[in-house]
Ligand binder design. Structure first.
Ligand code: ZN
Length: 416
């Protein structure tokens, strides 16, 4: 079912939303990490209220909650559609000037404010599939913020559509806009009881047709090497150098396997992210990633063996090995509720697009939400080239995602 006679608002909204700077800050201790994220959230609440969604509210932690009431008497599980308002700290989000390129013709797109920034179908092969679409880019000096204002605009357009079309039968839908996804704290202060949803979908994926229901499982490891200090002039037979031990350990990590540089697909890895210290004490921080949670322990065992080998080379050295759980593969939760992915797949098909079930070599807010009681895969938005000045989005992809959500809400009602 296409959305007949509906003039989409996603592109207009998107062009406005990206001009509001919502960059998050990993070094900030506040919640949300930057106050300016609320500038967009306040606009969203205002627009939702204007559209007739009276309970739209922004809470003190920077979350927007709103409800599309049920239009059916059936008992339908409450769905949540979720997107994040912040943009990545890696690239400036100040003074974004969105440019709409009508009916993209397949050639390189050069951006006016910095002619060295070129969005080429050679580097971005997905663009070739979008020939004829209207493409939005930034102007060359900033990111665009399609990640994830495309998701925000899609959900806002969906809300406008459903308010205007009460004849479409659906259960209660909760809208959630979160801050700080890009700094890994997007779910830090969500009030799950206030949200009151049974199943969720994040709108934060890339290519049309992609449906992501699998993420890494993730641990962090901190290894501490404790040496023995002595005056360097009189250290013979006494000194045990912690930093040298930590370096020896790092040097033992393979470079042809088991690391991000040479793994892909479903392969896991370990990855040192920081080393610091001196003579007496040195620490190495690592992240451990795999799609199978059980394999994390195997990776950690292998790391412990290397620590043991290191200790053998440095008599007198003592070590500690601490594992911290970071997040888990959302598939473990989604497998218990296969309808969440199945209905999404059905919605893609009814919207006339092929479905590609994808796995994410990383974590999402959805992986954390899934383990907080809200099974939550990720739907495409068209956002591409994210976290860079080459970021772009297709207007038609955003509109297609709105259609998918309308169908998805309908399917949950039908099957209830
Ligand atoms: Zn995102």
């Amino acid at each position: 079912m296409a959305l007949l006679n509906y003039k989409h608002t996603a592109a207009d909204r998107f062009m406005r939303y990206v001009q509001i700077d919502t960059q998050s800050d990993p070094t900030s201790p506040t919640q949300p990490s930057t106050e300016k994220q609320k500038n967009l959230s306040r606009v969203l609440v205002e627009e939702l209220i204007q559209a007739g969604i009276k309970d739209a509210e922004l809470d003190e932690h920077g979350y927007v909650y709103a409800t599309l009431p049920a239009t059916t008497d059936k008992q339908v599980p409450v769905l949540c559609f979720c997107a994040h308002v912040d943009t990545a700290p890696d690239c400036s989000g100040t003074g974004v000037k969105p440019i709409l390129h009508h009916a993209y013709d397949g050639i390189d797109i050069s951006l006016p404010d910095d002619s060295s920034v070129i969005i080429s179908p050679i580097d971005h092969p997905y663009l070739e599939k979008r020939i004829g679409d209207d493409i939005i880019t930034a102007s060359g000096t900033t990111l665009l913020g399609a990640d994830d204002k495309a998701g925000v605009a899609i959900i806002m357009d969906l809300a406008a559509y459903l308010v205007q079309h009460p004849e479409i039968k659906h259960g209660k839908i909760r809208i959630l806009f979160t801050p700080d996804e890009e700094v890994g704290r997007g779910v830090a202060a969500i009030d799950m009881a206030r949200l009151g949803a049974d199943f969720g979908y994040t709108l934060d994926g890339g290519e049309r047709g992609h449906l992501e229901g699998e993420t890494f499982s993730a641990d962090a490891v901190v290894i501490t090497f404790n040496g023995i200090s002595a005056h360097p002039g009189y250290a013979k037979g006494k000194m045990v150098h912690a930093l040298k031990a930590a370096s020896a350990f790092i040097a033992m990590l393979p470079r042809q396997e088991w690391c991000p540089e040479v793994t892909e697909g479903k392969e896991g890895f370990v990855h040192p992210t920081a080393m610091e210290g001196g003579l007496e004490k040195a620490t190495v921080q690592l992240i451990v990633r795999d799609f199978e949670t059980a394999r994390l322990a195997k990776h950690e065992q292998r790391l412990k063996e290397l620590v043991h080998k290191t200790a053998e080379q440095f008599p007198g050295l003592s070590t500690t090995f601490i594992v911290k759980e970071q997040y888990r593969n959302m598939k473990e939760v989604l497998d218990q509720y296969p309808q969440v992915m199945d209905y999404a797949e059905e919605a893609y098909i009814r919207s006339g697009i092929g479905v590609h079930r994808m796995s994410i070599r990383g974590g999402t807010d959805g992986s954390r939400l899934s383990f907080m009681g809200l099974p939550c895969p990720n739907i495409f938005t068209g956002e591409m080239g994210i976290h860079s000045r080459q970021e772009y989005v297709s207007v038609q992809d955003m509109e297609k995602a709105v259609e998918v959500l309308v169908n998805l809400a309908g399917i949950w009602e039908e099957k209830a």
